[in-house]
Write a protein that binds this ligand. Structure first.
Ligand SMILES: [Zn+2]
Ligand SMILES: [Zn+2]
Ligand SMILES: [Zn+2]
Ligand SMILES: [Zn+2]
Ligand SMILES: [Zn+2]
Ligand SMILES: [Zn+2]
Length: 429
């Protein structure tokens, strides 16, 4: 307890003025009877004697007294009119008492800023917010006084004191090693094969709630205890892929963290996992066309100084994969397709891009094509809707001309003819 004393001193230094300030400014909150001789302050039986005692004498009885004060405080909260100022202030007081109790029990301060454990990278938190919940013990983290950590990889939060009890490795490593979703819908194996134990911490569970409630995670299909499963909900990738179903389902904490980290990652190759989806979901076809067009526009932008300066491609920075391919989707993409959000934003981007190439920029305009088949009409661009592009040489034609010419490209034909002509000449030489 050598380091403990100074923290308690700090605590007293911070807390005592806080109370006196409150008492001075809002005596009504504390039921203060302002008699000239009185040094009596609060009627909660919890106030000054805890703080005025010499630091060295903080012993077991202080903890007992604090516990009593906390109980009194709780009772008072229940008795006071709901949402009244006094009730709110008593809640604040209760928090402080609990913090103090915690402090007496857990006096460590000199903890490292970074701790690595089961591949988590825990970084010490400075935030005083008291609204966090510990992922290990599921109780509140009192940021004002308790030391706590957040994993920079998976955002697992926990009390410093709970850290050594963690058994679950960081899901960030799972995201990078095994960046594939479970794609069977709720793949249940049954409680018997789980030995009637929580799939994560192995504590006994059952569906009857004895000794504790078994909660199913819709993502893994397995059952968990209420400490490992908080009834969080998430959109389940398997349900989206197979059913085009977006209703959030209940998942365990660990699946929740994994799904949250995975949601922006483009890991779903739809045309391989479920090509039928394109027959049933019109929006997907529209998005695929927009993405293909954007890929055809990309060569213009990476060779155009103006477009680079205007950072046009950055409009897609949240979906970098749209600039790289047209077949990988993130779960977020699919969610945004189902709500219509993606179609809106992508159409807008498509319009901006086309406007730059066809209207605003002379440099890009100059890279249009004249249809080689009819040699007539407007300048064509590969992303125009009435055009066809040769897959071999990227020449652009009117779609009708291309089909009339049985989808053969005159450029490529000339090229192969010339090659054939060249061969005998080479032999002669
Ligand atoms: Zn905890
Ligand atoms: Zn982690
Ligand atoms: Zn558990
Ligand atoms: Zn340009
Ligand atoms: Zn033509
Ligand atoms: Zn060609």
């Amino acid at each position: 307890m050598s380091g403990g004393g100074s923290i308690i001193c700090d605590f007293i230094a911070h807390t005592v003025p806080f109370y006196f300030l409150l008492i001075a400014t809002r005596p009504e909150l504390f039921n203060v009877t302002r008699t000239p001789s009185s040094d009596r302050t609060m009627d909660l039986g919890l106030a000054e004697d805890h703080f005025s005692r010499p630091v060295g004498s903080l012993v077991a009885s202080d903890i007992e007294q604090l516990k009593l004060a906390i109980e009194e405080c709780k009772k008072l909260i229940l008795e006071l009119p709901e949402h009244s100022e006094r009730q709110k202030d008593t809640v604040v007081k209760l928090i402080h008492l609990r913090l103090k109790l915690q402090e007496l029990k857990d006096p460590e301060e000199d903890e490292p800023n970074l701790r690595i454990l089961l591949e988590h990278r825990f970084s010490k938190e400075k935030s005083k917010s008291v609204k966090q919940t510990c992922d290990k013990c599921s109780t509140i983290i009192w940021g004002l006084i308790q030391t706590w950590y957040t994993c920079t990889g998976c955002y697992y939060r926990c009390h410093s004191k709970c850290m050594n009890l963690i058994t679950k490795p960081c899901v960030r490593s799972k995201v990078s090693h095994q960046s594939e979703y479970e794609l069977s819908i709720c793949p249940e194996i049954g409680l018997d094969r789980q030995d009637y134990r929580c799939a994560e911490c192995r504590s006994p569970v059952s569906l009857r709630g004895v000794p504790s409630e078994a909660r199913q995670c819709d993502y893994t299909g397995q059952y968990y205890c209420s400490t490992c499963h908080w009834n969080d909900t998430a959109v389940i990738p398997a349900r989206v892929i197979h059913n085009w179903e977006f209703e959030p389902r209940k998942v365990c904490r660990s699946s929740m963290r994994y799904l949250t980290l995975m949601i922006p990652r483009p890991v779903l190759k739809l045309k391989e996992i479920n090509p039928l989806l394109f027959n049933f979901v019109e929006e997907l076809v529209e998005i695929r066309k927009l993405r293909q067009d954007i890929l055809l526009m990309k060569p213009y932008f990476i060779t155009c100084k103006e477009a680079m300066e205007a950072r046009l491609l950055l409009q897609l920075q949240d979906r970098q994969h749209f600039v790289e391919n047209d077949d990988m989707y993130s779960l977020q993409d699919l969610i945004d397709i189902s709500t219509g959000r993606l179609s809106c934003s992508l159409t807008e981007i498509h319009t901006t891009f086309a406007k730059h190439i066809k209207l605003d920029c002379e440099r890009c305009q100059a890279k249009g094509f004249v249809c080689e088949l009819c040699k007539e009409g407007d300048i064509l661009f590969p992303f125009d809707s009435h055009t066809s592009v040769c897959h071999d040489c990227s020449a652009v034609f009117h779609r009708d001309c291309y089909y009339d010419n049985s989808t053969t490209c005159p450029k490529c034909t000339r090229f192969t003819e010339r090659k054939q002509d060249d061969i005998p000449e080479e032999k002669k030489a």
